[in-house]
Ligand binder design. Structure first.
Ligand SMILES: Nc1ncnc2c1ncn2[C@@H]1O[C@H](COP(=O)(O)OP(=O)(O)OP(=O)(O)O)[C@@H](O)[C@H]1O
Ligand SMILES: [Mg+2]
Length: 345
């Protein structure tokens, strides 16, 4: 009898919180927490077409045997660009998380507020094709607000800024829904691309986007406060591909970040400008809460505070706020039903 009860609870415990990001995919399971947080990459065998591995393992597979494995990134700018590959990635992640023989998997997943109806359908269908029995979508800013523990059902306003690799969103949330929001299909990955372009134009060298990202993480600043410092970057010459190192000034690096920073400031200003006066008062009082990996760029909150006049802070564990919010939703599916319907336009 006791064994029967245990088995039943294992079978029923098929709830999954899933945040498929442009750069990183995260999966959390109630009671177990985050069980997968790795790059949104799947390696496919070039001969058989079978999935070799996902995440870090996929990165390793293509380095170790490039003749046998090729890497795919099925998302760009917050949207699914390769439906079939996305479905296979998600299925492999379910398997990795221990849902190899999943029955009726109930999945709550985030979708950027900027996603079109076609993009929402593609994400849902890819997850169903991956083996999910039921998929509920929640808009990223709402999931972030829940993950931050904000009082989203109250008449007061909560202001969230989610900054990812391929998308940036700002939303004011009150009474369980988004009152006003703005989005941009730009994020941390665009900073990496801007840095790589600058190095090519100014120094005649090529760097991988991963190297550009690590330079950004070590020395980038949204307010250019690191100017004066420098960093030595491993690169290859354009043309011959000769390995070289170049000494890059932070002032050059930060200049390359400028356009994305300006565009991000603008959407936050516009969103705040749209807020009804009483909610704008709340936002002034409580400030902006930033989440997402890109929010960890040095001085990002200080830039937004300076340009909007509203205090800003980065949420603790900023990268995992969205998936934690989704996990909370699973714990309280019924009372949040209206939010799911809103996202499923
Ligand atoms: N310390 C850091 N400083 C600056 N940027 C960082 C730092 N750590 C991570 N990032 C950037 O954060 C981004 C990844 O953030 P996140 O995981 O939130 O994105 P994502 O969810 O995959 O993307 P999206 O939500 O746009 O689809 C990458 O561009 C990465 O370079
Ligand atoms: Mg994200």
């Amino acid at each position: 009898m006791a064994a029967g009860v245990a088995l039943t609870s294992m079978v029923v415990g098929n709830d999954v919180a899933l945040d498929v990001g442009t750069a990183v995919t995260r999966l959390a399971v109630p009671d177990r927490g985050i069980v997968f947080a790795e790059p949104t990459i799947v390696a496919i065998n070039t001969r058989t077409g079978a999935v070799v591995d996902v995440g870090f393992g996929a990165q390793r597979a293509v380095v170790e045997s490039p003749e046998h494995a090729v890497a795919f990134r099925p998302l760009a700018k917050g949207a699914t660009v390769d439906f079939d590959v996305a479905a296979r990635l998600i299925r492999a992640i379910f398997e990795r998380a221990g849902f190899a023989r999943f029955g009726r998997l109930r999945v709550v997943m985030s979708v950027p507020a900027l996603a079109t109806p076609i993009e929402r359908r593609a994400l849902r269908q890819a997850t169903l094709q991956a083996g999910a029995g039921e998929v509920s979508l929640i808009e990223t800013p709402v999931a972030a607000a829940i993950g931050n523990g904000m009082p989203i059902h109250e008449p007061q306003a909560s202001a969230v800024v989610t900054l990812g690799a391929g998308s940036s969103e700002v939303a004011i949330i009150s009474l369980g829904g988004i009152v006003t929001s703005r989005s941009l299909r730009l994020g941390g990955a665009d900073l990496d691309a801007a840095i790589a372009t600058m190095l090519r134009q100014r120094y005649g060298v090529v760097v991988s986007l991963d190297v550009a990202a690590s330079v950004k993480e070590s020395m980038g600043s949204a307010l250019a406060l690191t100017n004066g410092q420098h960093v030595v970057v491993p690169a290859r010459t354009v043309g011959q591909g000769r390995p070289v190192t170049v000494e890059v000034l932070a002032s050059e690096l930060n200049a390359a970040l400028h356009d994305v920073m300006v565009a991000t400031v603008r959407i936050v200003q516009e969103c705040l400008g749209d807020a009804p006066p009483d909610l704008a008062q709340d936002v002034l009082l409580h400030g902006l809460t930033l989440s997402g990996g890109h929010a960890k760029l040095a001085d990002f909150p200080a830039l937004l505070a300076r340009e909007t006049g509203v205090a800003a802070r980065v949420a603790p564990a900023a990268d995992s706020v969205v998936v934690k919010g989704l996990e909370r939703c699973l714990e309280d599916m019924s009372s949040l039903h209206a939010l799911f319907r809103n996202a499923e336009r």
